[in-house]
Write a protein that binds this ligand. Sequence first.
Ligand code: HCS
Length: 562
Amino acid sequence: MDIQTFIKEKTLLFDGAMGTMLQKNGLPVGMQPEYFNFSHPEVVQKIHEEYVAAGCDVITANTFQANATKIKPEEVVPVIKQAIALAKKANPRYVAMDLGPIGQLMAPMGTLTFDQAYDYFKEQVMAAEEAGADLFLFETMSDLFETKAAILAAKENTQLPIFVTMTFQADGRTFVGTDPLTAVLTLQELGIDAIGVNCSLGPQELLPIIQTLLDYAKIPVMVQANAGLPLMQDGQTVYPISIQEYADFVAEMLQMGVRIIGGCCGTTPEFIQALRQKIQENPVVTTTPKSVTAVTSASQSVILNQRFTLIGERLNPTGKKRLKEALRNKDMAYILKEALDQANAGADILDVNVGLPELDEAQMMIEVVREVQGIVTLPLQIDSSSVPAIEAGCRYYNGRPLINSVNGKAETMAAIFPIAKKYGAAVLGLCLDQEGIPETAEKRLAIADQIVATAATYGIPKESVLIDPLVLTASAQQDQVKVTLETLQGLRQRGIHTVAGVSNVSFGLPNRDVLNSNFLAAAFGAGLDAPIINPLSDLMMNTVRALRVINGQDQDSVDYIA
Ligand code: HCS
């Protein structure tokens, strides 16, 4: 049975620790464990055999740090091939290629670029597939961006299933600040086969993190905990949990719905034997994940159905002379100030549009996304009419972006939906097609239905598609304002989440904010979830605060009073 079918039907058991087992078996301090594959193959193989005898389904090859920054670059491929051969000799049901973090901080905190991380992982995954691994286990990951590079390297260069586990600290975040909700909402959209948590903490400390993963995961959840929180005793690292305690926590996890289990540092074949027993005693539990429409940054998730969500419109050069100038001159200080000001004013998501005819838009998108995400923690909306710019923005974005936009034209959907699927983005669909913007709500809704239905054929579910009913200017097409509101009502009835560019309504009229804010209130009443507005307008933000009170989204009017 292939492993993807296996995890749909049964609980999968991995092996336990390798590093701490090697230490017990003579690995000298300071030696890379992966070199043991050549210097002491019999030791590595014996550990694998003990885990197989204990009843595991998967043996993890001794390749955790087999990358060109940790071992000699020319030895990466031979070490991986040798490690996989040793794992296979133990004759397990499946062999996992183990891949840990590259071992350098990603830019901007460190110097490792996305493309460099991708290349290191690419070399490893290609060697492992050739050597006959059955799956990849990316584990102990802390950096969401590095994890995205790893997943893309595997998906773009190999065919094997991908399991990903991240490591969280006692504060519930990874070392570089990703929370479990953001990890699951981002990574599962990249088309991986299992998501989970490993190392760092003991099983008890992991329970709340596991619950968050289970609440939102559409794919099986995996756990490989340490044998408790490590302690220092007489200069030695000791893992304090007994096999019985560990196995009891694992039983609890199985009852919560965890589907893939194994051990990390401090665990031994005896732990795995106890887990096999628990799997026999606990039937598979199927969970029902929450269906949410969400976008993320590396450290934050915005769930659209939870709160009136503000999308800041100021990083879009249309009609903005000063921003155009900044883009032409690569005046990042100005661009970043606009981003920060909007964040400070209360935006939840920032639109990023860098479209100027004289610029290489894809390149500019990469640079602006890189700079903005280095300084602002809000999720971004990648906004362009250029397909390469959208793809570039999605690739180098550290999180789950919202693509702005697709529309009802067949060729636009054919170009954008594969990008959205590949990079796990949410997509905004505009209610227009080859015949332009319809003048009735009925026709706009028909386009929305078409967009949602076409997205589904690319494997993009309804909750990943947002619709913009389109706001026309009251000065030129007054009767169309009502059509927008009717379209919003129809979208709400269909359970489709909505975005709208509110400021369009007031083009060509005086006192624009008065019209904008009143239209915002009307649109809110009609079902708008996420207005694109100028968060630096006091009147707009005061209107938003009032609307959140009216709708019960501001408990005890705390934000309104502040
Ligand atoms: N599978 C690796 C993970 C270390 S965090 C090991 O050594 O057991």
